[in-house]
Design a protein around this ligand. Structure first.
Ligand SMILES: [Zn+2]
Length: 125
């Protein structure tokens, strides 16, 4: 069944968020394709530094994966706000988020002044 025409000016945002979400999730899949055999082979005939470098890369991947999952959560929240008719409004002060900002970051939950405030600590554990 086709939904009725969307009255809000962010009608394109849902598609943009959905495709971005799919793109991000596929990136997470790429990060998860490290072959365990590759790790095991690092101990033989290679400099110790290679294994260390690999470990650092894995940590970086884990960090990136976490960042990516946080972005997916942000996108999901943005989709929820679209459903609730609250998309395009700052979740902190309810002020409008500039359209240019939403074009650059469709899942932006905060307006520019609010995003400049150090309130992101709850996302970092
Ligand atoms: Zn705000």
């Amino acid at each position: 069944m086709k939904p009725p025409a969307e009255p809000n000016p962010f009608a394109g945002a849902r598609a943009a968020l959905s495709s971005k979400r799919a793109e991000i999730v596929s990136k997470v899949d790429e990060l998860g394709t490290h072959d365990p055999a590759e790790v095991a082979s690092l101990g033989f005939g290679k400099r110790v530094g290679d294994a260390t470098l690999y470990a650092v890369e894995r940590m970086t991947d884990a960090y990136r994966a976490r960042t990516i999952y946080a972005t997916v959560a942000d996108i999901d929240h943005a989709l929820e706000r679209i459903e609730a008719g609250a998309y395009g409004r700052c979740v902190a002060c309810a002020g409008p988020i500039p359209v240019e900002r939403l074009r650059a970051v469709p899942w932006a939950a905060l307006c520019v002044p609010c995003s400049a405030k150090p309130v992101r600590s709850k996302l970092v554990r």
